[in-house]
Design a protein around this ligand. Structure first.
Ligand SMILES: *Cc1c(COP(=O)(O)O)cnc(C)c1O
Length: 368
């Protein structure tokens, strides 16, 4: 019995070894390591891929969110509405600006922000809404865009799990005012360290973020404001330029694997992921739900299947946020999702036998 990991970065490297080694060597020979032409050319290619005017490479997905929020003027006294069913960085970036995250509940089908709940939480202090396109399925962007426009709020997309995802033919990262991407190694487009980018059609926001990531620099010696050291480096940009050329084929592989899982698991008594017909789901994760999650996770582990849970503790229940006075926040749909979700192995290089092995183990496990 072979082990099936949740993700397999070694399998991916094996398919692009020559191209990546060559790109890394080019950077070493040029000995230009911070920003520079490697970063600029990746930024241009990534903006074109997303379908926006420009992109700015930054140090991580968290930095992308943090700098995007700052460029939108979010600061102390402001509220930003987002989801508690995400990686903590979504809320952390809001807190880093001195603003307060306000958590709206999600819809049970896609685990994304419920626009009706968002609308109920708007106050005169609300400055922005941050939807997360969780697991690679775009949030309800049409309603969110309408709500943001009506209330004059910035719409900042957390696209950390949604490279290449589309809503109504538009790519995530091109729909709101700013898109924030992570290139953490295990993301759909990942580098070999930390990295991130923001995308936008708004040149004012882009140039604000460009200055903020680089110590508020106007030019070499002039700093127009107090900024941050949150730049993307040249080695990561060179790796990303190689990998971006493979992203579409990798995304199509993920989508085929998701289809195979759904075919093999139909009728197994667990709730399978669904995709709204308006969207292109990019399956960063293939997430099913069942009230017997913990038992199932244990049984899969015994047969060598490395499943995961994204996320077992919603952000408002994290010790870091309980301390901030979130103990009375009640989000029933989020809390139930956190108790029931289970992520199956998902990466482009998965083989047919591995998909079958996962499905077989899952059927066996639910039969017990
Ligand atoms: C990964 C992730 C982030 C943070 O990205 P980093 O590059 O790790 O800082 C933010 N939001 C979501 C939804 C993520 O999955």
């Amino acid at each position: 019995m072979r082990r099936v990991p949740l993700v397999d970065l070694k399998a991916q490297y094996a398919t692009i070894r020559e191209e990546v080694n060559c790109a890394i060597q080019r950077v070493l020979e040029n000995a230009s390591f911070i920003l520079g032409s490697e970063v600029a050319s990746f930024e241009a290619a990534f903006a074109q891929y997303i379908g926006v005017h420009g992109s700015v490479g930054v140090a991580s997905g968290t930095a992308a969110l943090h700098l995007a929020l700052r460029a939108c003027g979010v600061g102390p006294g402001d509220e930003v509405i987002t989801t508690a069913f995400s990686f903590i960085a979504t809320a952390e970036a809001i807190s880093q600006c001195g603003a307060r995250p306000v958590f709206a509940d999600i819809v049970p089908e896609t685990f994304n922000l419920d626009p009706h709940e968002v609308e109920k939480l708007i106050t005169p202090r609300t400055r922005a809404v941050v939807p997360v396109h969780l697991y690679g399925h775009p949030a309800e962007m049409e309603s969110l865009r309408r709500i943001a426009a009506e209330h004059n709020l910035y719409l900042i997309e957390d696209c950390a799990q949604a490279h290449g995802a589309e809503y109504n033919g538009q790519r995530c990262g091109a729909i709101g005012d700013v898109g924030c991407f992570s290139f953490f190694p295990a993301k759909n487009l990942g580098c070999y360290g930390d990295g991130g980018a923001v995308t936008s059609n708004n040149e004012r926001l882009l140039s604000g973020i460009r200055a903020l990531r680089n110590h508020g620099r106007l030019d070499k010696y002039v700093h127009q404001e107090i900024g941050f050291g949150e730049r993307l480096d040249s080695l990561q940009a060179a790796v990303l330029s190689v990998k971006l050329q493979h992203l579409e084929e990798w995304t199509e592989a993920r989508r085929r694997h998701a289809e195979t899982y759904s075919r093999l698991l139909a009728g197994a008594g667990v709730t399978l992921p669904v995709a709204n017909p308006l969207v292109r789901h990019v399956y960063h994760l293939y997430v099913l739900r069942t009230p017997h999650r913990d038992e199932l996770l244990e049984r899969l582990k015994v047969c060598g299947i490395e499943a995961g849970v994204h996320y077992p503790i919603p952000i408002h229940r994290q010790p870091a946020y309980l301390k901030q006075g979130y103990d009375s926040v009640c989000l029933p749909v989020t809390e139930q999702a956190a108790a029931e979700v289970l992520s199956l192995p998902m990466y482009p290089e998965l083989q047919a036998e591995q998909l079958e092995q996962v499905a077989r183990c899952l059927w066996d496990a639910v039969d017990k």
